[in-house]
Design a protein around this ligand. Structure first.
Ligand code: PMT
Length: 404
């Protein structure tokens, strides 16, 4: 994107500053945001003030800096709720391990956290800490939690969590942070008015009241796609198999429908599909289900147990058959061998516009990981991408969708 695009003109940014040595870099962030026409309101934590003075920050932003719940001058209440409604984006830079932990767990003991919890706009977080703190499982888990809430983590490099730690911990450079905000706003309205159906997670096929046939899908890839489409303004129907309770979506553009079996997912998708502009089938759908479901818990015997399976409906192929002119259908292929041959066959058989291939041979790709490595294959092209966070992979997939 060129400098002239100026996606930040008129944007209202709440800048959260916390107690890190990198707090001085917030001044450079403010200068760059204001140069691009943004309005900046600083909210600083008590320890942030140990590193940079509110006087400097208010001089740069031409606004009083907010730190306390009540103004020290006249005792008026600072409304975090109003700030949450006012902002087009919230950026927390630098974000310490402590603030990241409080954000992940809703520990609302300062103005910055209450503002975060009331925030209606997208939130960007630029971590800043030493490498050991950054690499600690609790920090990594908190960052993953924030990412699952749809927050954007801005890190040096390609933005993976945990899988590659060199150079991590240190805050990303101010110009790159501002560039990520610009990029976000440039994509923001690109799917406005579009309806997108996304399937995510596994399906469970009941054997008896306590057992099922399932798979390892966590829903992370599908949720990342839902967040990305919603951030770009689409209205998202997220049809979700049984995923862990920690998998939450908070974006107001996302309507989540929980299902359990492939049959339920099929029926829900068939109902929604005719009114959709685009559909991305990311769920790992069981191809077979037990022919009969035992009504009582099956008892152990010393005999072999045979469970007869019947094929489930192929959701993708069914939607591919009724696809209308102008509708876009995107599928995934999860392979373990002869990846491209299988992906090409699925692309044609299921009438996809393109297919996203991921292979279990690639470390960090596929089920449960926070990263994925994909190849996008369509009838006339093939694009390979490096290992990235699922949030970044979702951007590549939705960029491709927008190109059609
Ligand atoms: O959820 P995560 O832990 O983040 O993992 C992500 C993922 C690995 C599940 C995801 O990236 C992925 O690859 N999803 C598709 C998995 C799969 O079932 O692939 P498949 O090759 O078996 O199916 C091909 C396509 O047909 C898929 O789009 C699938 O959703 C669809 N399908 C399959 C069977 C069926 N009965 N109905 C379908 O619609």
């Amino acid at each position: 994107m060129g400098d002239g695009d100026n996606m930040l003109q008129g944007k209202k940014i709440v800048l959260g500053i916390t107690g890190s040595i990198a707090a001085y870099k917030s001044c450079l962030i403010i200068r760059q945001l204001i140069k691009r026409g943004a309005e900046v309101q600083v909210v600083i934590t008590p320890s942030g003030k140990e590193f940079i003075t509110p006087i400097t920050l208010s001089a740069l932003t031409s606004k009083p800096v907010i730190s306390d719940f009540f103004s020290q001058r006249d005792g008026t209440w600072h409304s975090h709720v109003d700030l949450g409604l006012w902002a087009d984006a919230m950026l927390i830079a630098p974000a310490t391990a402590s603030t990241i932990g409080k954000m992940a767990h809703g520990v609302a003991d300062n103005m910055l956290i209450t503002t975060y919890l009331s925030m209606k706009a997208p939130v960007f977080i630029a971590p800043a800490m030493d490498l050991d703190m950054y690499a600690h499982p609790s920090t990594q888990q908190n960052l993953r939690t924030l990412q699952s809430y749809g927050n954007h983590i801005i890190e040096p490099g390609t933005g993976f969590l945990a899988s590659k730690l060199e150079g991590k911990g240190r805050m990303e450079e101010p110009e790159n942070i501002v560039a990520q905000l610009e990029q976000f706003f440039s994509r923001q309205e690109t799917l406005k008015g579009r309806k997108v159906l996304i399937t995510a997670g596994p399906t469970y096929e009941k054997i008896d009241p306590v057992r099922f046939i399932g798979n390892y899908s966590s829903g992370k890839m599908g949720f990342a796609l839902a967040n990305e489409c919603a951030n770009r303004g689409a209205q998202v129907e997220l049809v979700c198999g049984p995923v862990s309770a920690s998998m939450q979506v908070v974006h107001p553009n996302i309507h989540r429908l929980n299902v359990e079996s492939a049959q339920e997912m099929y029926e829900t998708c068939m109902k929604l599909y005719p009114s959709m502009h685009s559909t991305i089938l990311c769920a790992a759908v069981a191809d077979y289900a037990p022919e009969r479901v035992a009504t009582q818990k099956m008892k152990r015997t010393d005999e072999d147990l045979v469970i007869r399976l019947k094929p489930n409906p192929d959701i993708a192929a069914s939607l591919g058959k009724i696809k209308k002119e102008g509708q876009i259908l995107v599928g995934f292929a999860l392979e373990t061998n002869d990846e491209e041959v299988h992906a090409q066959a699925k692309l044609r058989k299921k009438n996809f516009d393109f297919i996203v291939l991921n292979s279990l041979k690639d470390e960090g790709a596929g089920f449960r990981t926070d990263t994925n490595k994909i190849t996008i294959i369509s009838a006339d092209e093939k694009k390979e991408f490096p290992l990235k966070s699922k949030a970044e992979v979702a951007k590549d997939i939705v960029d491709q969708l927008e190109r059609l």
